[in-house]
Design a protein around this ligand. Structure first.
Ligand code: C2E
Ligand code: CA
Ligand code: CA
Ligand code: CA
Length: 274
């Protein structure tokens, strides 16, 4: 008779094989999807409550697999990271976002970068030469990275941040509040901006603890001259509390949902100063 231990091992390797299979299949589909124009970049406005206009847009990748239909980036991005296709996919998003917004000088463009994209030592050079080729000012680009990027390869992270910043590109820490890093540490790293994670915003109105936390973060960030964007703002109540705490940059369904470039551009022209 088979021992329990052995049985477990068999199951485990079968699961691993199945996972490898899924990664391989989806990667092939993504590769052909890139060729067949199945990928699209949507944009979500980042609203400035002081000027009452959109200061920027965040690029969010969308994939409509044919014939299967839409798949969420939180599913296919990790797969692309595992297979290495993220390098190509990431530069696709960057190029598309830049060409979509190059003629909108008052709007900055924020692009998500996977930690694994930095394993390519040509990453910074690639990004900066795309900016140059497409005549897009570095000052209009923001790169959003998560904490995983700092933890995995701190030296590499620091070097990349320095390169981007001396070129004028702003660095943003995404999903702040879900990990362990302190604001002072982020500032020492040279981040320009922090995005407060949706989970902090979600219970802002109902939990005193969240409200105090957000106020504390705002206070520190102001003292350190770092900008803050609140993400996942869905209600007026949340927006009011954030404004009281001194937060100006707001992102969430309350203001705008991710949409194709043309739709986001139409929304821009409806705001007072555009
Ligand atoms: P993220 O960077 O934290 O992006 C915010 C996510 O929250 C987006 O989901 C956005 O559609 C959603 N969201 C924004 N406002 C609200 C709101 O008010 N309520 C709710 N419920 N959701 C809101 P999305 O587009 O599905 O993207 C999921 C994640 O996939 C992103 O999280 C990001 O980590 C990743 N991702 C998307 N596009 C790219 C990309 O081009 N490159 C990389 N590396 N990652 C990407
Ligand atoms: Ca983001
Ligand atoms: Ca985020
Ligand atoms: Ca996230």
């Amino acid at each position: 008779a088979k021992s329990a231990g052995k049985g477990q091992m068999v199951t485990y390797s079968v699961e691993l094989d199945a996972e490898r299979q899924v990664v391989a299949t989806l990667t092939e589909e993504m590769r052909s999807g890139l060729i067949n124009d199945e990928f699209e970049v949507f944009y979500q406005g980042i609203f400035n409550s002081r000027t009452q206009t959109y200061s920027g847009v965040e690029a969010l990748l969308r994939w409509t697999r044919r014939p299967a239909g839409a798949l969420s980036p939180s599913v296919f991005i990790p797969v692309a990271e595992q297979s290495g296709l993220i390098h190509e996919l990431g530069l696709f998003v960057l190029r598309r976002a830049i060409s979509d917004w190059v003629d909108y000088p008052d709007v900055y463009v924020s692009v998500n970068i996977s930690p694994s994209q930095f394993s390519d030592f040509a990453f910074e050079t690639n990004v900066l030469s795309i900016l140059e080729q497409m005549d897009f000012p570095a000052e209009r680009l923001e790169l959003e990275v998560t904490e995983g990027y700092l933890i995995d390869r701190p030296e590499r992270a620091k070097a990349a941040i320095e390169t981007f910043q001396s070129a004028g590109v702003r660095m943003v820490l995404d999903d702040f509040g879900t990990g362990f890093t302190s604001i002072a540490y982020l500032q020492a790293y040279g981040f320009n901006k922090i995005k407060l994670d949706k989970s902090l915003i979600d219970d802002l109105v109902t939990s005193k603890k969240s409200a105090v936390l957000v106020q504390g973060v705002m206070f520190l960030a102001n003292g350190l001259a770092m900008e803050i964007t609140a993400e996942g703002v869905e209600t007026e109540g949340q927006a009011k509390l954030l404004e009281l705490a001194g937060c100006r940059l707001m992102q969430g369904y309350l203001y705008s949902k991710p949409a194709p470039a043309a739709e986001m551009k139409a929304q821009l022209s409806q705001t007072p100063s555009a």
